[in-house]
Ligand binder design. Structure first.
Ligand code: BGC
Length: 771
């Protein structure tokens, strides 16, 4: 009671100072916007009041985040870091927690912060809600294959609804890192290789998480991560050095982050990598100049897990004192589980080594998000046990994730229309290490969810009972149990299950093989140097192919794979990624034609690892082709330059014809809008959906331009026999680029404009931009 009173006192105090310090206008209208900062005046005044009464230790406390440490329903911890953390929360030295699971625990922590500390400032509760909380959507890379922004937004909405019901008010998503290297395990968490597509997807995800009203009980703050350039780790090796030029930084890496700011994302997370010699956690250019300066970001930046302390390992700071000074000056506002700020910052300020105004700015940003979430109005707004029970694994969420799972599937090959499968009278052998797996399809990064809760392909296919289904595992992919934290152990020797599978294949009309990576072979800490089918799966595939060529290969994987042999030999290939809770149902619906696939690859598939990094928007080079038989051109002598499957590629059970490409002129002034249209006709036998893609090429640039750049796309549904006209516009914003100073410019001259069904199969026209 005493504590509750204290909490109310603090609030009254802040309200009092608002009305006493500022003019009465703020009292009349909550949403008055400050002329220069653009912030809500009322919130800013409350923050002023709080900052006024906070000690330096309490301020630094807001900048400190701890991971969950004890069963809060049990006794308080007695030793180790748990005890320190507990004591720190009680003293008001913690601003946020992460990894706290469930309303009961969240409430217990919040109670300490609100009732036992001097100021009663509520905690933020962060969590990696990457592709769902309990009910899981496809991994983000898979969702990106849908190119369906509305579906992606809905998927994030489901994730936020479940997470918020469990007490979480802040997700560490979306990851908006562009990557061109499938060796990097975290490609599964992002939207692929293209900044235009990734920017749209980032916006959709942020809208899904944050909704229209952050004060609602089912919306949560989002976090754009990892700022910046983490996706460019050298050789795809986790946590590695990043060395990229200004053009790549400004044109490829930064746009999705800028889009996130424009979508009003509340927080940013920096990352583990360095950028051109400066670890990004201590990178002032990125965080102060660009993010908080040029883009005017008003939220706060959290470090990645202990990345402030890692400045020492990088050899950028001598000790945690120096690391804290560098990081805070560079604009890192909150220290995630690093113990650096909480130990060093107050001392640094007292000694005059760090300005208190820097701390005040960081705390202001953190408090702002807490106010915007409505935590000061009700710190327990996310703590309703009944709601938690009704929301987690709600059947409606299963429907929602099935919807996006189907849209995420990409049909890579379908020779002789082997797909869709006939629903009756067929003998089908279902073979593969992943065919009956209920864990792997959940993918990586699903720390709140329960193991083995996915619908397997076997279960999905069993629902179609007009055929005879003979399931044989064929081979084990992994040895033992795979988990989020341990290295996955691959079976390299045991072929004992081969004979049964070969026999089943021999006796069947069709073989469906479910092969690929285990869900825990991608994600953080999972870089790989080989991208073929892991373990003995390739050998099994070839052994089965010898006895039955009618194979449908269903791939489960968290990154592009190098599957050259399969692409040449196997008649049908379905890219099914890791599709989450409803995986098997989505795959079965596609295999049986109840859903006509429309997904398109958000990343190029390499022929072999040696081609990496591989991406569609490459530069032409001075020697793009060979004039004769000589070797002196930009190529490999043992591999084609082209990918196995290009960016934007994906088939349908029907066929689409593109015709009648029109542009409203051929010469345009810089300020004019260019209108384009194309007719797309469904000439096949199924109703279907197509992602119509618009690319440009700026033929001559003061900084060389990529051979193609995505500048628009539209997902349309077309009934068989029908034609639809798709319209696009281009303008100087879409035709321009960032120069090496980071300034956006549009240069006059000739452009090619392409429309088509992927980044290779396009029809083109030329336009000229004039002054
Ligand atoms: C990852 C972040 C994640 C954080 C908290 C780090 O290892 O890089 O993406 O949000 O852990 O779990």
């Amino acid at each position: 009671m005493r504590n509750t009173l204290k909490y109310i006192t603090i609030l009254l105090l802040s309200l009092f100072s608002i009305s006493s310090c500022k003019k009465s206008s703020t009292k009349q209208n909550n949403s008055l916007i400050h002329k220069t900062t653009g912030q809500k005046v009322e919130i800013e005044n409350k923050i002023d009041s709080l900052l006024h009464i906070m000690t330096i230790e309490e301020k630094v406390g807001q900048m400190n985040q701890y991971s969950d440490f004890w069963d809060v329903t049990g006794p308080a911890p007695k030793n180790g870091s748990a005890e320190i953390k507990y004591t720190h929360i009680k003293k008001g030295l913690v601003g946020a927690m992460l990894n706290v699971k469930g309303v009961e625990h969240v409430r217990a922590f919040q109670k300490i912060a609100v009732e036992d500390t001097r100021l009663g400032i509520p905690l933020l509760f962060g969590f990696d809600v990457i592709h769902g909380f309990k009910t899981l959507s496809p991994i983000p890379l898979a969702e990106a294959s849908s190119w369906d922004l509305d579906a992606i937004q809905k998927s994030a909405r489901v994730a936020a609804t479940e997470a918020s019901s469990a007490g979480i008010n802040w997700t560490f998503a979306p990851m908006v890192d562009i990557t061109r290297d499938a060796r990097w395990g975290r490609v599964m968490e992002g939207a692929g290789e293209d900044p235009f597509l990734a920017s749209k997807i980032a916006t959709a995800r942020i809208k899904g998480f944050q909704g229209d009203n952050l004060k609602a009980t089912n919306t949560i703050a989002a976090c754009a991560k990892h700022f910046a350039a983490y996706g460019f780790v050298e050789a795809g090796k986790e946590y590695n050095t990043v060395d990229i030029g200004a053009s790549t930084l400004h044109n490829i890496v930064l746009p999705p982050f800028e889009a996130a700011v424009q979508a009003d994302v509340k927080t940013f997370m920096n990352s583990f990598n360095e950028l051109n010699g400066i670890p990004v956690t201590g990178n002032s250019y990125l965080q102060r100049e660009i993010l908080k300066g040029k883009w005017n970001f008003q939220g706060f930046v959290v470090s990645d897990w202990a990345s402030i302390r890692e400045l020492i390992n990088w050899g950028h700071a001598k000790d945690s004192k120096e690391a804290s000074k560098i990081a805070v000056n560079a604009g890192s506002d909150m220290d995630m589980e690093g113990y650096a700020y909480v130990e060093e910052l107050a001392k640094l300020v007292k000694n005059g080594d760090v300005k208190e105004s820097i701390i005040d700015d960081a705390v202001r940003r953190i408090l702002r998000v807490k106010f915007e979430l409505g935590l000061f109005d009700n710190p327990y707004k996310y703590c309703d046990i009944k709601n938690e029970k009704n929301t987690l694994y709600n059947p409606k969420h299963q429907e929602a994730v099935l919807y996006i799972a189907k849209k995420s599937i990409v049909l890579l090959k379908n020779e002789n229309n082997i797909l869709p499968l006939k629903k009756e009278g067929q003998k089908i052998a279902l073979i593969g290490a992943l065919a009956a797996d209920k864990n792997s399809p959940l993918g990586s990064w699903r720390i709140a969810s329960d193991d083995n809760t996915a619908v397997s392909v076997l279960e999905g296919m069993q629902k179609y009972d007009g055929n005879t289904l003979n399931y044989q595992k064929g081979v084990d992919l992994i040895i033992g149990q795979a988990s989020f934290v341990n290295e996955v152990v691959i079976n390299q020797n045991d072929k004992s299950k081969f004979p049964e599978a070969i026999k089943a294949a021999k006796e069947s009309d069709i073989v469906v093989m479910v092969l690929g990576e285990h869900g825990f072979q991608s994600g953080e800490g999972r870089s790989r140097t080989s991208l073929g089918l892991p373990g003995l799966q390739q050998e099994l595939l070839e052994a089965i192919f010898k006895v039955n060529k009618n194979i449908v290969l269903v791939l489960n994987n968290g990154r592009p794979l190098a599957i050259e042999w399969a692409t040449k030999n196997i008649p049908a290939i379905v890219e099914a990624w890791q599709l989450g809770s409803q995986s098997g149902n989505a795959i079965a619906e596609v295999l049986y034609g109840d859903y006509n696939p429309s997904g398109k690859l958000p990343m190029s598939f390499p022929r072999n690892v040696g081609q990496l990094p591989l991406y569609y928007n490459y530069k032409n080079t001075g020697r793009p082709s060979n004039d004769g038989d000589n070797v002196f051109w930009s190529h490999y002598s043992d591999s084609k330059n082209t990918p196995l499957f290009p960016f934007g590629f994906g088939l349908s059970y029907t066929k689409f014809k593109y015709s009648n490409f029109k542009i409203n002129g051929s010469k345009f002034k810089l300020n004019e809008t260019i209108e384009l249209s194309i007719d797309v006709t469904n000439t096949g036998n199924f109703d279907g959906k197509e992602v119509v893609q618009l690319y440009i090429r700026d033929l001559v640039g003061s900084i060389t331009r990529p051979v193609k750049e995505l500048k628009g796309f539209e997902l349309i549904a077309i009934k068989k026999g029908e034609t639809k006209t798709v319209n696009f516009v281009l303008n100087k914003n879409l035709l321009g680029f960032y120069n090496n100073d980071g300034d956006f410019i549009t240069e006059v001259g000739d452009f090619k404009v392409y429309i088509g069904s992927n980044s290779v199969d396009t029809i083109e026209k030329e336009i000229e931009l004039i002054n």
